[in-house]
Design a protein around this ligand. Structure first.
Ligand code: FAD
Length: 429
């Protein structure tokens, strides 16, 4: 073993620099930044890290480093920006293989030249392939195409000890039997570094239409004393609107909800239809939406909020069983105080809720606890994706995590020395 970690890192031949003030990971300052250019260079850095017990956090575009718990420690920030090659685009087979630091913008541009796309709707062109997989957020078209995990067909990962492992390729003894790509999707860098990924592609649709309609959640009532007040009792049940559209012959690619004022404001349903006869199918969707008493619009452009999270500083994700989106919305509405916005993939039963970053910590705590109680009761989950530091300290980020024992065993197998983004995941993984 080389005498000092700095010398050992330098001896790998990988570009290493001292970390600066902009390199913090959720407030934790690394000592060095490593900029590997190949999978072998990633492996060389991780070998040194594991020999010297250096904690490593991978970073792509750096747009979501504040998601998940801050790492317990971070010595090396492993920046994937130089892993930026599209390795193979087999257009005839609708498959692409890329290094993990390729940005989603760069990839979209290359695929569009052949009339193809990776159907993930990532709105930030600077987000990387590796970060998108590791953060595992899915956008509107998950309804038709699935999530990143579903579109991923192969991955090359580097484990904490520097072992290079491929899913679908050569079997490495300590990971035999695991589907590495699926395991590393949503892993927040806690299992190792995603170095390469191969995805299934789709042809760019010839035509697209968005159909939107807005529905109230509140009714004005007059009580026994003649006082007028609003009662948010959802006169139009969101699932009654969405269900028939999801199963209709119009075959929508996405059904989204935007709900900018959760307290009493209306919600908008937007439906995307793509491909052949998009206009005629959109008109069929319009009929279904208008059956609930709202006027619907058909447009060739998405609404401005389409595919974007409702906020980022304090963001909560709610997942419920299919058909329970109305339950999630009712829980959010009854726990809400103040300026809370929500948006979600209605048919996939996922809702993202943005709270003001300056909300009083105890109110935030009550909101999360109240919504979680109702949502867990309906078989769903409430996860705090991001929160201001003072609030995050008081909150249970993950709620009930069913498979914690299994997750711990996987972590122990992949990273027994706990050097990969330690502490970022549920249960301190
Ligand atoms: C469909 C979709 C819709 C989205 N909508 C929005 C939106 O509306 N607004 C918004 O702000 N964001 C949105 N996002 C998220 C956004 O695209 C993220 O910025 C992206 O997913 C993270 O990419 P990044 O390169 O910035 O990752 P980073 O922020 O660099 O990293 C994210 C996490 O992944 C880990 N990581 C990074 N690279 C690797 C690697 N190679 N191996 C292992 N772990 C790694 C990091 O340690 C960190 O925990 C969306 C994402 C998707 C897929």
């Amino acid at each position: 073993m080389a005498a000092q970690p700095a010398e050992a890192l330098a001896a790998t031949g990988v570009t290493i620099r001292d970390a600066g003030p902009d390199d913090d990971v959720a407030g934790v300052k690394p000592r060095w930044v490593a900029l590997p250019e190949s999978t072998e260079e990633v492996a060389a850095v991780l070998r040194v890290a594991s020999e010297h017990d250096l904690a490593v956090v991978p970073v792509g575009g750096g747009t979501k480093l504040h998601w998940g718990r801050p790492p317990e420690r971070c010595d090396v920030l492993l920046d994937t920006c130089c892993l930026n090659q599209v390795l193979e685009h087999a257009a005839g087979d609708l498959v692409v293989r890329v290094q993990a630091g390729v940005t989603m913008g760069q990839l979209a541009e290359i695929l569009a030249r052949e009339g193809q796309e990776l159907a993930l709707d990532v709105p930030d062109p600077e987000a990387t392939v590796g970060g998108t997989l590791a953060a595992a957020v899915a956008g509107p078209r998950r309804l038709r195409y699935g999530t990143a995990r579903d579109l991923l067909i192969g991955a090359t990962v580097v484990l904490a000890d520097g072992t290079i492992a491929k899913s679908g390729g050569k079997v490495v003894k300590n990971v035999a039997g695991y589907d590495l790509g699926k395991l590393f999707t949503g892993s927040y860098g806690t299992l190792g570094v995603i170095a390469e990924a191969a995805f299934r592609l789709h042809p760019l649709p010839a035509d697209r239409r968005w159909v939107t309609a807005t529905y109230p959640i509140a009714r004005e009532q007059v009580d026994g004393h003649g006082e007028r007040r609003f009662v948010n009792d959802f006169p139009v049940d969101p699932f009654q609107v969405i269900g028939p559209v999801a199963t209709s012959v119009a075959e929508p690619s996405a059904i989204e909800i935007d709900w900018p004022e959760v307290m009493f404001g209306p919600f908008t349903v937007a439906v995307l239809v793509e491909g052949a006869a998009a206009e005629a199918r959109a008109q069929a969707v319009r009929g279904l939406l208008e059956a609930h008493g709202a006027a619907a619009d058909v447009s060739a452009e998405p609404p401005p909020w389409w595919g974007r999270l409702p906020g980022d500083e304090f963001l909560v994700e709610i997942r419920v069983p299919p058909g329970e989106i109305g339950t999630a919305m009712a829980e959010v509405s009854s726990a809400a105080t103040g300026d809370i916005r929500a948006r979600g993939s209605a048919a996939s039963a996922v809702l993202h809720v943005a709270l003001p970053a300056d909300i009083a910590p105890e109110r935030a705590e009550h909101f999360v606890a109240d919504v979680r109680a109702g949502v867990e009761n309906a078989g769903g989950r409430v996860i705090v994706l991001a929160a201001p530091e003072e609030i995050a300290r008081r909150l249970d980020r993950w709620g009930k995590v069913g498979a914690l024992g299994l997750m711990r065993r996987v972590k122990e197998r992949f990273d027994p020395g706990r050097i990969m983004a330690p502490g970022r995941f549920p249960g301190g993984i």
